[in-house]
Design a protein around this ligand. Structure first.
Ligand code: 0PR
Length: 387
């Protein structure tokens, strides 16, 4: 930092120019990310109420009330309007809070947590932080966790099981009802990571798709991650941790007595935290309603199938599995998938690369013409590699 500040116009000019190098959602080129351009109304209220800090909640009782209502709306979406919880920084914080809760509830000394091999890496981070051992269980031929192997993996040190409703790599839903049975039978904490799927599955179900149960309707489910900053269309940061009841949420609550707003209780990792995020989620849930989200999810799914059918028509390529939600995996028995990803990136497509597949996420910023252009480039790449 220089001693003398620069005029506003000159820093703004420089920042516009510097940031113009970044990818933009509007270009349709970000085709492997779970984030999107936030809804204009969510942006508007987010910037309007940027000063609200839920770390000192006594100062902002109105936002506290909005957070409770938001959690209740999200809870209702997940079959439990009485859920407790918080709007947090994202899926990583939500998943870590869930494991922290499970650890605090347990009286065990050496704890392990059973997670699907497909689980997001945030569980590895959380386990490292919390001193837990992660036991990874393999997948069946539909890329869901192998339930029998979960049962076998439970031992006297197990404190929790994790199921994923919308895996990071393929958007697959684990057999949560069977995990719920195991959890209930063995008295274990069951956390469901619906960071992505939470804003997709309920709307697919309401549209008439066959969606297996994954939420609080299953008695064993203790907590759920659901992220508004993914398919919820809210600005970053906005994750969600929902507990079945207030007792579970209280497990990780901390009392702070000296704050300006008076004594307060915090049950998240961070102290100072965004009240604007809460306002943005509340406003958008009210504004879009179930109908609005359903329309958005339906639009994404239509393009997802168009993409999947297009991929299947390209010689040498295939989809890993029929899409459950707006995520498509591309694989090849003929070509090296890393080479294909590399060539797509040269053509300025921001795709996501897993060990044996390319992941495309058809977020709401992706339009028909983007899918068509992408398929053309994909054909080109395959022709180049094949020839
Ligand atoms: N749970 C699941 C199932 C996830 O897919 C993710 C993130 C998380 C938890 C963690 O969420 P936070 O990133 O909010 O902490 N999934 C995305 C992924 O890894 C995150 C992401 C988003 C990555 C946008 C890239 C990107 O451009 O793919």
């Amino acid at each position: 930092m220089k001693n003398k500040g620069l005029p506003e116009s000159s820093v703004l000019k420089e920042i516009e120019s510097r940031l113009s190098e970044d990818f933009t959602y509007s270009s349709g080129r970000i085709i492997g990310s779970m984030c999107t351009f936030p809804h204009p109304l969510a942006r508007k209220v987010y910037t309007r109420f940027l000063d609200r800090n839920l770390g000192d909640s006594g100062l902002f009782p109105a936002v506290v009330k909005l957070e409770k209502e938001t959690i209740s709306m999200l809870g209702a979406l997940l079959s439990n309007p009485n859920a407790s919880g918080h709007i947090v920084t994202g899926g990583t914080e939500a998943n870590t809070l869930a494991l922290w809760t499970a650890k605090k509830l347990s009286k065990k000394k050496h704890c392990n947590v059973i997670v699907p091999a497909s689980a997001h890496y945030s569980f590895d981070k959380a386990a490292d932080l919390l001193g837990l051992k992660i036991v990874k269980v393999g997948l069946n031929n539909r890329f869901q966790v192998n339930v029998e192997d979960v049962r076998k993996a439970v031992n006297s040190n197990t404190i929790a099981i994790v199921g994923v409703a919308g895996t990071t790599g393929l958007g697959v839903v684990d057999p949560i009802s069977e995990l719920s049975e195991i959890a209930a039978e063995k008295d274990l904490y069951l956390h469901v990571d619906a960071a992505f799927g939470g804003f997709v599955l309920p709307f697919l179900k309401e549209t008439g798709f066959d969606v297996s149960d994954f939420d609080f309707s299953l008695p064993g489910v203790c907590s759920i991650t659901i992220d508004p900053h993914k398919m919820g269309l809210v600005p970053i940061p906005a994750g969600g941790i929902l507990y079945r009841n207030e007792r579970l949420r209280k497990t990780v609550a901390w009392n702070v007595s000296y704050l300006a707003g008076g004594e307060t209780e915090q049950a998240t990792f961070v102290g100072t935290r965004s009240g604007a995020s809460v306002v943005a989620v509340w406003v958008l849930l009210k504004h879009l309603g179930r109908e609005g989200y359903k329309r958005i999810v339906r639009g994404c799914m239509r393009l997802t199938w168009k993409l999947a059918r297009g991929i299947q028509k390209i010689n040498g390529l295939n989809i890993v599995t029929e899409p459950t939600m707006n995520i498509v995996g591309i694989e090849s028995e003929v070509f090296d998938i890393c080479r294909i990803a590399q060539e797509l990136r040269v053509r300025k497509w921001a795709v996501s690369l897993f060990p044996s597949h390319i992941r495309i996420v058809v977020m709401p910023h992706i339009q028909k013409q983007h899918i068509e252009r992408f398929l053309e480039d994909l054909k080109d790449v395959v022709n180049k590699l094949g020839g």
